[in-house]
Ligand binder design. Structure first.
Ligand code: NAD
Length: 271
């Protein structure tokens, strides 16, 4: 007889409903995660940032049978309210939230952080890349009466200094701290809140960072596994955190970067 903590076959995400925020195209990390969660039986709703992206996101959402696709600019409280009102009407409850949203002016993702960072873009980066998780999480928590899981995407630039990451590193640090406070507040209600710190991936977002390709190449060369971070690995981690497999994990930043984050200096073969 199976132990009570062994999941029945095929039941990982069956009956679970979640919102995916941050798909721009089929290279988006949010799409990798959504595909895996849908394959394991989850029912998904999607948001997209603006009309231009709807054309790309709609066919993807339809390909996994999604019935709910809504515009949501993360800085717009009316949009956020409308999204969660709709989920309440259609579903009544929510089991998980995937937040995979970030933005900063690319003119400030290069060179000197001190010289290039403006007040306006500092605040905007914080709003879109950090506060939006708090804003969405607050609304999502009202639909998680039986507990739930929220995840966001972060990067090593929150903890360490990396070339060009600049103000985005500061926003990711705020995002990670916000995640821990959210986990504190929502823990007693059975809601877990975690962040996945992904290795550099070839997506639209990284194209805005000067030397973004270098972050990918160095991430691979320095990593313990000597390989790129895989979408499979990130999506697998998301599956763990969004399903009941992750039921005792909260307030955590999980690194999915082939071991890049633990390296102090690359291995030069003893020379
Ligand atoms: P992406 O460009 O595919 O996704 C970024 C998403 O943010 C897009 O869907 C975009 O529409 C959305 N967005 C930006 N401003 C918004 C706003 N005002 N309102 C609503 N949505 C908005 O790139 P990605 O790499 O998949 O990025 C997803 C997340 O993963 C981001 O938080 C990013 O910082 C993080 N991340 C990326 C990498 C990487 O190397 N690509 C590594 C670690 C973490």
């Amino acid at each position: 007889m199976a132990d009570e903590w062994v999941f029945p076959k095929g039941a990982l995400m069956a009956g679970k409903r979640g919102l995916i925020m941050g798909v721009a195209n089929d290279k988006s990390i949010a799409w990798g995660i959504a595909s895996q969660l849908a394959a394991q039986g989850a029912e998904l709703a999607f948001t997209y940032q603006g009309e231009a992206l709807e054309k790309r996101v709609r066919p993807l959402a339809e390909s996994v049978g999604s019935q709910i696709l809504l515009e949501c600019d993360a800085t717009n409280d009316d949009h956020l309210d409308a999204v969660f009102d709709r989920l309440k009407t259609n579903w009544g409850k929510l089991d998980f939230l995937v937040h995979s949203i970030a933005f900063s002016d690319k003119n400030e993702l290069k060179g000197s952080f001190v010289e290039n960072t403006t007040r306006e873009n500092f605040l905007r980066s914080m709003d879109i890349s950090a506060f939006s998780f708090v804003a969405a999480g607050k609304r999502a928590s009202k639909l998680m009466e039986r507990g739930g899981s929220m995840i966001t995407l972060t990067y090593l630039g929150a903890e360490r200094v990396l070339p060009s990451y600049n103000v985005m590193g500061v926003a990711k640090a705020a995002l990670e701290a916000s995640m821990r406070y959210m986990a504190r507040d929502l823990g007693p209600a059975g809601i877990r809140v975690n962040a996945i710190s992904a290795g550099a991936m070839r997506t639209l977002a990284i194209a805005g960072i000067q030397g973004g390709r270098g972050l990918i190449a160095t991430g691979r060369e320095w990593s313990l596994m000597k390989e790129d971070t895989s979408m499979e690995g990130i999506a697998g981690c998301a599956l763990w955190l969004c399903s009941d497999l992750g039921r005792s994990t909260t307030g955590e930043v999980v690194h999915v970067d082939a071991g890049f984050h633990v390296v102090g200096l690359p291995d030069t073969g003893g020379e």
